[in-house]
Write a protein that binds this ligand. Structure first.
Ligand code: SAH
Ligand code: SF4
Ligand code: F3S
Length: 466
């Protein structure tokens, strides 16, 4: 247990973008806890404000500057009251734009990239005497230098946790900034991941989502020094006492190897839900995107996964309006969506990103992108409704996470990541219980408990189905 060296100071972190940013935000808080920083839910009154940013699309990146404008006002107001507020920009915009951020907003004290936040205490100390910009890719591994979260902090974060197992990307899709902002692909060693998982489980975590920009490219060595892939890691983690559910995201279709597909058949803890982005259904566009697989390769992977785990549901990301996309290309995407039948999907208008090859290609008109996005989104929404409607009357195992908004109500997640509401006792938290789905809300499902839950048993809850 580390003693706080300073009186409590308030830390506010706002994260944008992907799950890895959400995970990084927690680890930043862990890194600053020994310095006496305590997290707060609003920027008002905070001593340190960190915007943990995303650079994936233009809109996401632009948002940072408007948000910085607001934070600058807070900072100036505090200064008027004799209080110093430190303002930091972290994440992928920080990595991509570095000094430019300070040029555009002089109130920023500190800019640092996703690979250097283990140095936060030292950077912060330096930033008190002048602006610090640290966008190096440091030689050391941040995970070797980050303090483990306090047990209480893990407990507060709930029964479902993210765990970074892989970071960075070597795929270089022509539209994407991630290989530049997160750097080269790095896989964390099995022993360290298992140790993290055990620590999380010990603090009450029941569901682990392994995260990585290319999580199924994870590779390492098993206990005997043999080459291992994600299937091995999942099998190992399924044995960690207390861990009842496993997920992983985000995967690339190219790295969906047979061992991983078999893991979906063999590991009951591995949830029957997979985010497998395809981006486009047109081979011409897939090639221009440098995705390195065809439509047929993708459909074959989906087919194999369905054979291995018949109840599996898929989600995907789609980009519409990639340079050169014709109506025929778009129709191929639309047809692929209809053919696969997704439980959910995200669709984005192509956004040209500085320094990426596709930004230099001939662009298609914005109005055309808008129109295609609308058409695709309509079909995706229909599929989501259809998937949820298919759950009506079914009994699903639900992992309960927290109380709902109404009194006596509890909320949990189905295997398909749907939020499920029931009336039940608080002792449900951390338990997996069968729930009969009785009503469809707009984004959630309502249900009733099939069995009377056992009394609270935080270390060894009853598991009814996984
Ligand atoms: N590593 C993941 C995705 C990371 S980015 C993967 O390989 O699938 C998340 C999603 O943002 C991508 O799947 C893609 O659909 C979208 N995206 C990335 N760059 C984009 C761009 N320039 N314009 C629009 N959407 C983009
Ligand atoms: Fe980006 Fe492609 Fe890497 Fe995914 S695989 S992070 S889309 S470059
Ligand atoms: Fe955004 Fe960086 Fe994640 S660009 S999507 S925060 S890896």
């Amino acid at each position: 247990m580390t003693q706080a060296r300073n009186p409590a100071r308030k830390l506010f972190v706002r994260s944008y973008g992907c799950q890895m940013n959400a995970y990084d935000a927690q680890r930043m808080a862990d890194a600053l806890a020994p310095e006496g920083f305590v997290e707060t839910a609003t920027p008002d009154g905070a001593d340190l404000i960190i915007l943990n940013t995303c650079h994936i699309r233009e809109k996401a990146a632009d948002k940072v500057y408007s948000e910085l404008g607001r934070m600058r006002q807070l900072k100036e107001q505090a200064a008027g009251e004799g209080r110093r507020v430190m303002l930091a920009v972290a994440g992928c915009v920080a990595q991509a734009e570095g000094e430019e951020i300070v040029r555009r907003n002089g109130a920023v004290d500190l800019v640092f990239g996703p690979q250097s936040y283990h140095r936060l205490p030292a950077m912060l100390a330096r930033a008190r005497h002048g602006t610090v910009v640290d966008t190096e890719f440091p030689p050391e591994d941040k995970f070797d230098h980050l303090p483990a979260p306090a047990r209480e902090a893990t407990r507060r974060r709930g029964v479902s946790a993210f765990l970074t197992v892989q970071e960075g990307c070597d795929k270089f899709c022509t539209f994407c900034v991630v290989p530049y902002t997160r750097g080269a692909e790095v896989s964390r060693p099995v022993a360290k991941i298992v140790a993290d998982a055990e620590r999380l489980a010990d603090a009450g975590v029941r569901e682990l989502t392994l995260i990585g920009q290319n999580v199924n490219a994870w590779h390492g060595k098993d206990e005997r020094g043999r080459d291992a892939t994600l299937a091995h890691l999942l099998t190992r983690l399924a044995d960690v006492p207390g861990i009842a559910r496993l997920r992983y995201t985000t995967s690339h279709p190219l790295d969906m190897d047979d061992a991983l597909i078999e893991a979906h058949r063999d590991l009951p803890a591995l949830m029957p839900q997979l985010h497998l982005p395809v981006q486009s259904g047109s081979d011409r566009i897939l090639a221009a995107m440098n995705r390195r697989h065809t439509r047929a390769d993708y459909l074959a992977a989906i087919e194999k996964l369905r054979r291995a785990r018949p109840d599996i549901a898929f989600s995907s990301d789609f980009i519409v309006g990639f340079p050169g996309e014709t109506e025929a290309d778009f129709k191929a995407t639309f047809a692929l969506v209809a053919e696969v039948g997704y439980a959910s999907a995200y669709s984005f208008k192509y956004s040209p990103r500085p320094g990426t090859p596709a930004a230099a290609m001939e662009q298609i008109p914005e109005a055309q992108k808008d129109e295609r996005l609308q058409r695709l989104q309509y079909e995706i929404d229909r599929q989501l409704d259809r998937f949820n409607a298919g759950c009506l009357g079914a009994t699903l195992p639900v992992l309960f996470e927290k109380p709902g908004r109404r009194s006596g109500q509890m909320v949990g997640k189905s295997p398909y990541l749907q939020a499920v509401h029931v009336m039940g006792p608080a002792s449900l938290i951390g338990q997996i219980q069968p729930v009969r789905i009785t009503r469809l809300g707009s984004f959630t499902l309502d249900g009733t408990l099939e069995t009377v839950p056992a009394a609270a048993a935080p270390r060894a809850p009853a598991i009814a189905g996984a």
